[in-house]
Write a protein that binds this ligand. Structure first.
Ligand code: TXA
Ligand code: MG
Length: 349
């Protein structure tokens, strides 16, 4: 039986629940010590966590997700002092970024030091990605366990990432020891991954923290790894991601009165778009509203994976998704949308 620990943000400061909370946190810590894998909340997506020093525990993560072994995991910490156990001396430019953005939705790839971490967790690379999450419950678990936790997103490899505990249960119920049932992820897409092993730093995966925000703090240019021209530095980027089972196509420019969808007469159609597009969608299509307006990028990111999951389990045969305007704030969102579609695009008229 999968354990479910219900811990909300309010529980952390509720005095009447102090003992119960302490018991829950102890139980979770002990489970990690024994090499168990547990679904934990973070502000980006839910993670599937295990002790990053324990090779067997890490293997359990890879096999539960069906994840290729050459795709390294992100190590989650609660305090910068933990870094000295497994990374070489930090450049002060990185420290500055950590002070600015941690705890929060950004991971830094740093040079790996020594054999403190399991080599499985870092896929035998000589670098390691590290993140300090800000979700209050996730953070509390990290603080109490005081163990570096390796955690990929808690979904079956290739499927949309989970943004709430139910998604984790839907994907992995019989494969994990337990799940913490807490608030949904507020960002809804995975962290920005910044490669700091060479200068200028490079964005290996766009996310909530934008290139512009990084450049403002660093006062220098930040590059972006483009998959067409660069050797993939983030091994995960070469795999298919976030995809529902049906074909998914982006409508660049969004749906309007003149949009002609390339569908057969028998096909059931699903549309994922801002609420403002609903009026252009015929009644026989399944419409999922992603956000209020065409520029509600944060709201759209928060709801994206849920929408893809609902479509995945529905009876629609083909899905179309709104292509948001290309602005810095939509970069992470559209990166996930394109990954989920496999770059299938049509233009609205
Ligand atoms: O928001 C997040 O980052 C979530 C939550 C749970 O923290 N985690 C997450 O993990 O998205 P995952 O495993 O789904 O994605 C990790 C990405 C992969 O693309 C992986 O290839 C890359 O980070 N990565 C990890 N370590 C790396 C390294 N040393 N060098 C290059 N890329 C690395
Ligand atoms: Mg993932």
């Amino acid at each position: 039986m999968t354990k479910i620990w219900k811990i909300t943000e309010a529980d952390l400061t509720d005095e009447s629940k102090e003992d119960e909370l302490h018991e829950q946190l102890e139980e979770i810590k002990i489970a990690f010590t024994y090499g168990e894998i547990i679904g934990i909340p973070t502000e980006t997506v839910y993670g599937l966590a295990a002790d990053a020093r324990n090779g067997e525990a890490i293997n359990r993560i890879f096999s539960a997700k069906g994840r290729p072994g050459d795709n390294p995991l992100i190590i989650h910490i609660h305090d910068i002092s933990q870094l000295k156990d497994f990374t070489a001396v930090l450049d002060e430019r990185v420290t500055k970024l950590m002070e600015e953005f941690w705890p929060g939705p950004i991971s830094f790839i740093l040079p790996l030091k020594g054999d403190y971490l399991s080599t499985n967790a870092v896929a035998e690379l000589d670098s390691v990605a590290v993140r300090m999450p800000s979700h209050p419950v996730g953070r509390k678990i990290l603080q109490h366990a005081d163990i570096p936790l390796a955690a990929p997103s808690a979904n079956i490899s290739g499927k949309p990432s989970p943004t709430n505990a139910q998604h984790v249960i839907d994907d992995l119920e019989d494969k994990l020891y337990g799940v913490i049932d807490s608030e949904s992820a507020i960002y809804g897409i995975e962290s920005t991954v910044l490669d700091c092993t060479q200068f200028p730093y490079r964005i290996a995966r766009p996310g909530a923290v934008t290139k512009e925000e990084l450049e403002e703090v660093l006062e220098t240019a930040v590059n972006t790894v483009t998959e067409q021209t660069d050797k993939p530095i983030s091994p995960g980027m070469k795999y298919k991601h976030y995809a529902p089972r049906q074909p998914l196509i982006v409508i660049e420019g969004g749906i309007n009165n003149n949009t002609k969808l390339p569908v057969g007469r028998e096909q059931k159609v699903g549309i994922i778009a801002p609420e403002t597009s609903r009026e252009f969608v015929s009644e026989d299509m399944q419409f999922i509203s992603l956000c209020r307006e065409r520029d509600s990028y944060k709201e759209a990111a928060r709801n994206l994976y849920s929408a893809l999951r609902i479509m995945d389990t529905s009876d629609v045969d083909i899905i179309f998704i709104h292509g948001f305007d290309k602005v810095p704030e939509s970069e992470g969102l559209m990166n996930r949308v394109y990954k989920a579609t496999g770059n299938e695009v049509i233009q609205s008229e």
